[in-house]
Write a new protein. Sequence first.
Lengths: 171, 171
Amino acid sequence: MPEGNADGSPQSPSPFHLEGFLPYLVHRVGSRLAEGFDEGFARAGVSLPEWRTLSVLFEYGPMTMGDIARRTSINASTMTRLIGQMEKRKLVKRERPLANQRTVFVRILDEGRDKVEYLIPLVLDYESELSACFSPAELQTFKALLTKFFHSLTADADTAGRDAPSGRLAG
Amino acid sequence: MPEGNADGSPQSPSPFHLEGFLPYLVHRVGSRLAEGFDEGFARAGVSLPEWRTLSVLFEYGPMTMGDIARRTSINASTMTRLIGQMEKRKLVKRERPLANQRTVFVRILDEGRDKVEYLIPLVLDYESELSACFSPAELQTFKALLTKFFHSLTADADTAGRDAPSGRLAG
DNA sequence: CGCCATCATTTTCATATGAAATTATTTCAT
DNA sequence: ATGAAATAATTTCATATGAAAATGATGGCG
């Protein structure tokens, strides 16, 4: 039988704790949030990435594949497949502009709009339930920090390979 | 050509903005962080989930499959496969305690320890590079909020299906 | 003691994923 | 104009994923 301790006390003094490590703190919150996704979306018949995509198209109007991918933080290959599936179900429609036929614009259709309008109040309720653990000020701070962090990471990525000398890691 | 605008201005006034929505703010930071993962880990020959697993075993000593899964926020099926691969590479070792043979303890081996010791300084450097956009106070607040949020989500999950009446959603 | 409900892990299965190669189009330099 | 490089989307390919079923072990409870 192993003599190790499963109770939470470190076995040997170590300069590193995963649970104090920023990328991991983000990861585990993300995992929990993803697990929480279920009935509401299932009832509406859309997946989480589909909801994200539809809500962006609903809000901003037709956009190119690349722009949708960027705005939703979904990979471009995945986005192609996602739009393909949603096109079959008449939630969205692809359009190739005459000028610049490299690009493909995606437009939300009535059925897609219906889904978004059905989901928005559910999603807002869900958010307030989630954030009940925060005061309004904390929530605002938290969102601001997440946004700032994202933009900083984006700027890093934009300049990576040019300025940045060293390999990158994430925890 | 579509008349929609791809510049960022909302097409119609709407009560919902994905980019102000808490679960999405977390998601996109998580995506960026995951994209940033590369050379350092590749050089050490471990994946991101492997690193997380090893660092937990390094820090806390032998643990059961379930405990590792919980502590790393990695799904149990995935964890079984992950440990299987790491066992082949002699990074860890499975042990079945005589008392309670349902459980499997996993112990980190010397090669695994070497990898962790090699990676820790890289990972700490990476974190300070990432968090350069924050003041020390902001960073502390940010981590505290992430931790608080995680524990709140965990508590919700623990009581879901008993107390909680309604379906859940994530954005 | 022996059966049943529960628990921890593993396996199966269907699906989702991202990197890299491919296709189609446009832009740029000459 | 013409070919070469760049860009946008898609497809291919190998791998990763989680839910649910299956397996193996334990802990009551009659």
